[in-house]
Design a binder for this molecule. Sequence first.
Ligand SMILES: Nc1ncnc2c1ncn2[C@@H]1O[C@H](COP(=O)(O)OP(=O)(O)OP(=O)(O)O)[C@@H](O)[C@H]1O
Ligand SMILES: [Mg+2]
Length: 245
Amino acid sequence: MATDVHRPVTGPAVRVEGLTRSFDGRAVIDDLRLDIAPGEFVALLGRSGCGKSTLLRILAGLDRDIEGTALVPRRRAVAFQAPRLMPWKKVWRNVLLGLPGRPERARAERALEEVGLGHRVDVWPRTLSGGEAQRAALARALVREPDLLLLDEPFGALDALTRIRAQRLVGELWQRRGCAVLLVTHDVEEAVLLADRVLVMDGGRIAHEQPVGLDRPREITDPRFAALRARLLERLGVDTAAAAA
Ligand SMILES: Nc1ncnc2c1ncn2[C@@H]1O[C@H](COP(=O)(O)OP(=O)(O)OP(=O)(O)O)[C@@H](O)[C@H]1O
Ligand SMILES: [Mg+2]
């Protein structure tokens, strides 16, 4: 069945029911259910190979070989761990890549401005730092004015400081834009810092769901933050006592 597309006036931004995706007869996603509310920020954790990227690709409409239902907004955008910029196109052209019609340069400029790259509009991708390239990829997603923003470990390759800045930027963009976000990450702190709700995927399904009822901006020094982090690590099968020893 193909990925169905809908834009409900009310109801969830994402509705996934009975979703199954198999590779060579092995169900990587197995009867998965997931709703995401409009404007909700959801983080998705899970061990390597559990099917997070597979789910994201389905929601992005990049993989239609599925059973079950995956309803997503028509306007959606995706950013991956690697920025995937075309080296032979200047940054602003990369941002507009794949948009229908002949979009104006000003649209790219606005999106680049929004991610703090207003001064890098006219350069070649190879002259960008890792963090800048990732922000350009984010601009390319934002220029689509998505109702659903899909992020697959977008900060995975960044150094610690750049990563913190990029996390903050995504939090701000989300609050300003009001779109729903599904963020795949390996970083439990990142998930608790940014998300309204954290999901843990296992066995091809959402095995655990953790609402994060903390006010923003969040402080990792908050004891409630540490408690949520510990609970999620436990769900991921990480022995926190052993890790701390
Ligand atoms: N096109 C494909 N053909 C065959 N197997 C695939 C394909 N895509 C994914 N898989 C398999 O599906 C499983 C889930 O892969 P997926 O990339 O979704 O994992 P992941 O949770 O994103 O892992 P990671 O955290 O390492 O990125 C893996 O066992 C992978 O080998
Ligand atoms: Mg992945």
